[in-house]
Design a protein around this ligand. Structure first.
Ligand code: RP5
Length: 149
């Protein structure tokens, strides 16, 4: 884990039951040299704590991971203009419920949505955003791409 006073990515999940998906994100962020903070805060059960966390965070990108009626990424997007990437978790209905909850945001409040349980893609996309201003992360992304050829 890359320790930093102000982590570049905030990885937020709705429940500890999402932990396996969270770990896919953090493993990839580690691989790409992006610092992050992980918090489990439910948009439904603890909305005030979620808003407080977002207001106090200096993260440049948010990853919101949630299943079922997955409002977490959308609520994060409602509280910040920084980019938000949503990861639907396959809890019921093959994750279609959370996929649609995350992808079908109203105009003006976008959440970049990856596939069901695909937290690795969320981490890569977050790193791509950071790489716009961070050459070290850009170089790690290039190395990762080259390793697939
Ligand atoms: C969502 O509901 C969470 O993100 C999780 O995927 C799902 C179930 O949560 P728990 O009831 O296990 O806390 O809010």
């Amino acid at each position: 884990m890359i320790l930093a006073e102000d982590p570049a990515v905030a990885v937020l999940a709705g429940s500890k039951s999402d932990q396996a998906v969270v770990q896919d994100a953090t493993k990839t962020l580690d691989e790409l040299g992006a610092s992050y903070d992980v918090q489990y805060i439910s948009a439904h059960r603890n909305p005030n704590a979620l808003r407080e966390y977002i207001a106090g965070s200096k993260a440049r990108v948010f990853i919101g991971i949630a299943g079922l009626a997955a409002h977490l990424p959308g609520v994060i997007a409602s509280a910040t203009t920084r980019p938000v990437i949503g990861v639907p978790v396959g809890v019921k209905l093959g994750g279609l419920d959370s996929l649609l909850s995350i992808a079908q945001m109203p105009p003006g409040v976008p959440v970049a949505t990856v596939g069901v349980d695909n937290a690795r893609n969320a981490a890569i996309l977050a790193a791509e955003i950071l790489a716009l201003t961070d050459p070290k992360i850009a170089s790690k992304l290039d190395t990762m791409r080259r390793s697939w050829r």
